[in-house]
Ligand binder design. Structure first.
Ligand SMILES: C[S@@+](CC[C@H](N)C(=O)[O-])C[C@H]1O[C@@H](n2cnc3c(N)ncnc32)[C@H](O)[C@@H]1O
Ligand code: SF4
Length: 339
């Protein structure tokens, strides 16, 4: 049976009208779904007969909180169990401007980046739009807070699950739903070139983050297999296309790994590559993953790297690390539970 959380307001309307019921019921139902109800009988202003019809046709794929780790800075990392038993991670981060949830888009990942815990067991399956919405609803309900920002940076490659991710964006963007503006959404990708162009053509006002992590192709290939499929030139060309279509500044994520991509030469080469592109670089000291032996550079080296980029006119930040005292690296909490 279909998960009712997968449906847009328009799709619910179509269903309601096909039953001969008044259209306004659809809006009531959609609002209940976005309130995080877990049972159709919680829709108290919907007549029982109609609730029974919904039960005959749909289910609600509830997401269960399997475990959570709270950090002293208010960050909460969730291990969530999907209806079929698969485990995923999501993280709540509290900022002065609001509450942000980092969600997973797939159970596992096929992309094989060497520093990432999410890919160690490969991809199990894509998440549905309703499951992604369910991650946000579960956290909002658990904390009794409104979520104002969404980051697609948990387990999985969002552009490898393009249609479901797009539908999810439509759901959370909906005025009658969570009403989260596109400018409050960040989508992070390892760089699937055709999909970046497809996204650009939609001209959504979301922030695109590219996991770059290297100043050139050869170095990128060593840590990110996707670089064998699309060269850095192709990737940067797609980024330029994205900026041209959307007028939005791109964020480049660059995880600094000791002796791999953190030298002065790397910083200089990266600066040249990014020259003239409307962008921002976010430097992230790599999170050591127990299955890998990558190390972080020391603070001085990280700051040097930033200073070189800045001296070339590239806006650069060193990521403020939230949740440092918990298993912060993506996929680590999940791995601890499934191994
Ligand atoms: C888990 S990925 C999910 C989104 C998408 N698949 C991507 O690669 O951009 C989110 C971000 O975490 C980064 N990341 C993964 N493992 C990391 C680690 N051990 N240390 C620091 N950043 C890491 C990725 O490179 C990416 O920028
Ligand atoms: S960094 Fe992103 S694309 Fe790479 S393996 Fe991890 S989740 Fe997948």
């Amino acid at each position: 049976m279909y998960d009712i959380r997968d449906l847009s307001l328009k799709e619910i309307e179509e269903f309601i009208v096909s039953l001969g019921e008044p259209k306004f019921r659809a809006k009531q139902i959609f609002k209940w779904i976005n309130n995080g109800i877990e049972d159709f009988d919680e829709m108290t202003d919907i007549p029982k007969k109609l609730r029974d019809k919904l039960k005959e046709n749909f289910i609600i794929k509830n997401i269960f909180i399997e475990a959570k780790q709270e950090s002293s800075d208010g960050t909460v990392k969730y291990l969530l169990r999907l209806k079929d038993g698969n485990l995923i991670e999501a993280v709540l981060m509290r900022y002065s401007y609001g509450n942000s949830v980092c969600i997973s888009t797939q159970a596992g990942c096929n992309m094989g980046c060497s520093f990432c815990a999410s890919t160690i067991g490969g991809k199990i399956r894509d998440l549905s739009p309703g499951e992604m919405l369910g991650e946000v609803l579960a956290i909002s309900k658990d904390q009794n807070i409104r979520i104002s920002n969404i980051v697609l940076m948990g387990t999985g490659e969002p552009l490898d699950n393009f249609d479901n991710v797009l539908k999810f964006l439509e759901l959370i963007n909906s005025k009658e739903g969570l009403n989260i503006g596109m400018r409050h959404i960040t989508l992070s990708t390892c760089g699937l070139v055709p999909e970046i162009k497809r996204l650009a053509d939609l001209r959504l006002q979301l922030t695109l983050a590219i996991s770059l992590h290297a100043p050139n192709n050869d170095k990128r290939k060593k840590i990110m297999p996707i670089a064998n499929r699309y060269s850095m030139n192709e990737l940067l060309e797609a980024c330029r296309y994205y900026v041209e279509k959307t007028n939005r500044r791109i964020t480049f994520e660059y995880a600094l790994i000791k002796d791999i991509n953190d030298s002065i030469e790397d910083a200089k080469e990266l600066s040249k590559r990014l020259e003239g592109l409307l962008c921002h670089v976010n430097l992230i000291p790599v999170n050591p993953v127990s299955e890998r032996n990558f190390e972080r550079p020391d603070r001085k080296r990280i700051e040097n790297f930033r200073d070189i980029l800045e001296s070339h006119g590239i806006n650069t930040t060193i990521r403020r690390e939230l949740g440092n005292d918990i298993d912060a690296a993506c996929g680590q909490l999940r791995r601890r539970f499934i191994t």
